[in-house]
Design a binder for this molecule. Sequence first.
Ligand code: ATP
Ligand code: MG
Length: 589
Amino acid sequence: MRLSKTHFTTLREVPGEAEIPSHIWLLRAGFIRKSVSGVYNFMTFGWRTVRKIEQIVREEMDAADAQEIITSPVQPAELWHESGRWAVYGPELWRLKDRHGREFALGPTAEEVFTDIVRGEISSYRQLPRNIYQIQLKYRDEARPRYGLMRSREFIMKDAYSFDRDQDGLDESYLKMRAAYHNVFSRCGLEFRPVRADSGAIGGKDSEEFVAFGDYGESDVVYCGACDFAATTEQAEGVDAAPESEAPLPMEEVHTPGTKTIDAVAAFLKLPKEKTLKALLFVVYEDEIAQNGAYPVKEYIAVFVRGDRELNMVKLRNALGGIGEHLIEFADEAAMGALTGSVGGFTGPVGLKDCRVIADSEVPGLKNLCAGALKEDRHLVNVNYGRDWTADIVTDLKLVGEGGACPVCAAPLKLARGIEVGQIFKLGTKYSEALGATYKDENQQEQPIVMGCYGIGVTRAMAAVVEQHHDENGIIWPMSVAPFHAIVCLVQSAGEAAEALANEIYEGLLAAGVDAVFDDRDERPGVKFKDADIIGIPIRITVGKRAGEGVVEYKRRGAAETAELTAREAVERAANEARREMRREMEGI
Ligand code: ATP
Ligand code: MG
């Protein structure tokens, strides 16, 4: 490709809306252009990189015996009603109606569609296992689209679905996909790690996220330095404090003026925070939208955790039956107080009425706690579970963070930020049972197909690569996903000999299988070098003042030093480096 004929523009200024390196550089390098919030157009270089990532994904999926198909992002609402997700998915599901009033969703994922395809076409155990996938635009009307390709409302996802006869088959399919994911992300040049994850709205049991390390990721991961445990903070099991053995003391009400927080009351009563009970109050909504377009209130709930702990919202939502994020929020104090007797800052479990009470699993083992007295400026001390109050649900609700105990070996955990670039799930029979996707086994018995599903955020992975590979001058693409391997920069002022040599090198690179682009624009060398740096092409060959002697300058993006080589040496070196680095990434080193 010749840049003089290429449609592209790089930006010298940092676009106002961009806050993180990948967003800034992908805009500045002209890879993407915003259409509307959370929706991007991919320009020449950007689309080439997307296609390279897609190709890596495709090769690894095909090697794992998955077959590519493509389905329409327009999905009939009926399928979502069948699975029960039309209501559960909430406002993130982008819904639309046709002229006859029939409802559709723009697919945020495609479990229903793939289950529907398979139920129509698979009837015998002889047709299993199967794994089918697609690389397709997905739509999620995210509450907070941000960070460019990281969290957009339209994005490219590879989604694969496996169909097996039984759990053993699923385990095998899952491991095959897990291995394929390792290859994909290694080949993309990402530093990543699979971590145990919550299965969220997709459902199912076992799940892992592939998390690429990066400061601006939105996944918090805890990992153990002593063993190989790693999980999202949402998923990591909390380790309960050992049950206390002190004798329960008589409960007493005490005056605690103005102590609305755990810190304040602990300081006032000179108690460690571990001896206090933290209350968090929520309102839960029905999942069907009412006539007025709002979600009706279903119930109020009061959650209690040890005073020094934080509540993990995902665990709480799971304890409530896996309700969607949009169906729960902090309760309005006055509204909840009128019904249940709760008092903002002074809520405790003793005497609370008309609401569901949920306690973290370690709370029943704690003795003589301080809790709100349901009266302004009053607390109760020596509150004991069982004697003074009980909960409707007792389960692990703790947020596990830095320094928390590893649930496997009890060593202190470390916290890291990361970008979720993929997730794999063992779904089991959730969708096959809901949609009636069955097969006949050897004994002619009807059995539900056992499913798995496997997603890769192609465009988010592209952003993750930039987060991990950039400097103050722009992107530094790994060879495998660079829009081009090499750029030939012609210094225009160097005359006809230079032009002829640059052409020869460009043709030579193409002939040697190097993905090359020729900067033949009528621009100053400074402009060309800056653009080459921003765009992040791994190899730059500059043809300038020594062209007459057949000598050119060879430079790697990100390296300070340059080498003077003959034209032939430069072509050979570029071909070798491109080949070697593609192979290295293939081997996942
Ligand atoms: P998140 O927790 O970040 O919202 P998710 O767990 O809901 O993501 P999945 O349903 O697991 O996402 O989708 C598979 C993959 O698609 C994710 O691992 C991620 O890489 C990508 N992805 C999901 N949502 C977005 C988005 N809004 N923009 C870009 N990529 C996304
Ligand atoms: Mg996910």
